[in-house]
Design a protein around this ligand. Sequence first.
Ligand code: BDR
Ligand code: CA
Length: 341
Amino acid sequence: MTAFLLDVDTGIDDALALAYLAALPDTEFVSVTATPGNVDAEQVARNTLALLELCGRPGVEVAIGARRPLSVPLLTTPETHGPQGLGHAVLPEPAGKVSERDAVDLWIEHARTRPGELTALLTAPLTNFALALRKEPDLPELLARVVIMGGSFYYQGNTTPTAEWNTHVDPHAAKEVYAAYRGRAAEKLPLVCSLDTTERIEMHPDHLRQLAEAAGAEVAELVLPDQPEGRRSTSDNTVVRHLSDALRFYFEFHRRYDQGYLAHVHDFFAAGVAAGTLEYTARPATVDVETESALLLGTTVADFRGLWGVPPNARIVTNNNPEQAFAELVSAVGSLAARLG
Ligand code: BDR
Ligand code: CA
């Protein structure tokens, strides 16, 4: 059983990550917290509640912490994830309410109550995590494992030519998080899934077709590049229908940026790394984040060679297996969708 503390900015690929983790039989959602990023914090929390309910996990505590980055104004990205953050998908209003507790306090309380037991997965800007580390500097020791989606190392950015979205939204938070891991034991260092490997996790329309088939849907799920943008799924399977509507928007966005009719599902990959179900290799490095230069704001730098003379504070994922990742996604989410109908 893996017990998760999740921090998300749901988000199309965050949604896929949540659906995937919900599909695994041995996953406990201890709490899910919302960081503003793809959309504002309230919308992130609503999307997350709705998604968890859709995926058969009602009743998970979903809380908000920070409402803006530490030092820069909040940027959201409706052009990437749609005005509400879930692309073309319109989920039913969640029955559950957003928790009145503060996300940062919740993390600290759970980590202290269950020392060494919890896996932290962060698929959003690191604002809440940085605040939690300020309040409880022993958090790295209390958590069993930390997986972060963020950064790009000697690989072009997806927000500026050198910066990745999560790190660019709150570069000061990311800098604080990596600083907090200086001098920690190797097994406590965060595993960082950066664009270098998450952009290899290319979801194609055929994966949706396979997913619908695995779900036992009666209608084949055919999302095609020549169909009008925004066409809604008519799948008889609810999970397939909503995921397909969300992902169609992501395909359209990637095509607009000349990347093809496909979607980089970064956060799903990070979720699989955290769950221990996806193949990867990683390498220790000392990571720092640029916060001063206007040109390079949010750029992540990794010293793999010890040139700074500072011990590693992260483990960067250096390789993965997209074929294995999508076979696992189709099988796990397909079974969940079949179960839920
Ligand atoms: C990251 O940015 C967000 O838009 C995605 O959800 C993902 O977490 C990729 O750069
Ligand atoms: Ca995200």
